[in-house]
Design a protein around this ligand. Structure first.
Ligand code: NAD
Length: 343
């Protein structure tokens, strides 16, 4: 279903940090209209969307929004413990689904979303944005090209200031967010699974505090390769955010660190380290309400891919519900191993 212009119509659920990001992207995505939004903080959210130049009216519930506005898809940007109920509601109403990561708090909850998508033959995708992040895409492409020879070791880092902005401090409640392991580190677990499949063995340790597993350190053994992956959000408010990887191949090293401004660096043979070209998101010269949208990187790319799938009727092949379920299961397995359970 699309409107008279042939545009796709979407309802955004959750107008917080991520919802605001998505709203800015829908403002500039060709052929896509945000026709309504949902948030329990109706007034505050309406002011925010207005400020961002978004036409959508905010409702208090998804039922009300779906009654008032015809839509093709629902985009769930709610705290993680709400993903299952809202995703299933949207799917059973016959809508396509974009759901933020982590898909759910457990593999079983994720499976129930998968079942709902199957019974409705729905198009669905999860916000595993690293799959669409140019530097990470380049890493995966370089690895599968075989150009650098065998991959010998791979390390991922994801660290951030404690997220204190969530309503009712939900990020810092393990029963609502899963803590840093599920909320933050899962991005790297997902990329690792996409690149290399399941490891042969896992070793993990976590730092725990009132928010649950607030920093996780994992080592993964593959046949002839070790992966280290570390992520935590117990840093002071002004510390900022860092995501980084280093991939050591037989003939080259690829380095990326979001904090050094150097982009993706390759060093091979006797050559000086050089910047690798990565594709910029195809946003034209668009400006959104709060800055240049090309800064939105993988977030733009993932929603463009999702809405293109809807336009063509093809099911997404990247960041699928099943892959997102596997990432949830992996992050939880790492925590269980760290906690001395079998995993
Ligand atoms: N892909 C990424 O890089 C990335 C980054 C940040 C967050 N996330 C994910 O996005 C999701 C949302 O995170 P956020 O940072 O936007 O959180 P947030 O706390 O900023 O926003 C959540 C919004 O949901 C609303 N809400 C809460 N309960 C509600 C209910 N019952 N009905 C309607 N509205 C309700 C809140 O009022 C708030 O506006 C989480 O799953 C998080 O893990 C993903």
């Amino acid at each position: 279903m699309s409107d008279q212009d042939g545009n796709l119509k979407g309802i955004l659920v959750g107008c917080g940090f991520m919802g605001g990001m998505h709203a800015q992207i829908y403002n500039i995505l060709e052929g896509v209209d945000l026709v309504a939004a949902v948030d329990k903080r109706v007034e505050e959210s309406q002011e925010k969307l207005d400020r961002l130049g978004c036409q959508a009216k905010v409702y208090a519930t998804l039922d009300e929004a779906m009654e008032q506005a015809q839509c093709d898809f629902v985009d769930v940007c709610l705290p993680t413990h709400l993903h299952e109920a809202f995703s299933i509601k949207a799917l059973d109403a016959g809508k396509a689904l974009f759901c933020e990561k982590p898909l759910a708090l457990t593999g079983e909850k994720a499976d129930r979303i998968i079942e709902a998508a199957k019974r409705n033959d729905a198009i669905a995708q999860v916000g595993h944005c690293l799959r669409f992040w140019p530097e990470y895409q380049k890493l995966m492409e370089y690895h599968s090209s075989g150009e650098g020879g065998k991959l010998l070791s791979l390390s991922f880092v994801r660290r951030g200031a404690r997220p204190n902005f969530g309503i009712d401090d939900w990020f810092n409640d393990e029963s609502l967010s899963g803590g840093a392991a599920l909320d933050l580190h899962i991005h790297d677990s997902d990329i690792m699974l996409a690149m290399l499949g399941q490891p042969k063995a896992i070793h993990s340790k976590v730092t725990r505090d009132y928010s649950g597993p607030s920093h996780i350190y994992s080592l993964f053994e593959y046949d002839s390769l070790i992966v280290s992956s570390e992520g935590g959000f117990n840093y002071p408010a002004k510390w900022g955010f860092q995501m980084a990887f280093q991939a050591v191949f037989e003939k080259a090293v690829l380095d990326f660190d979001s904090t050094n401004g150097k982009g993706l660096i390759i060093c091979q043979g006797d050559e000086e380290p050089a910047q690798m070209e990565v594709p910029k998101p195809d946003t034209g010269s668009s400006q959104s309400g709060e800055g240049n949208v090309s800064d939105l990187g993988g977030y733009f790319n993932e929603l463009q891919y999702f809405t293109n799938c809807l336009k063509t009727g093809n099911k997404p092949e990247v960041a699928t519900l099943e892959e997102a379920r596997d990432a949830v299961s992996m992050a939880l397995r790492e925590v269980a191993i760290a906690d001395g359970k079998s995993g």
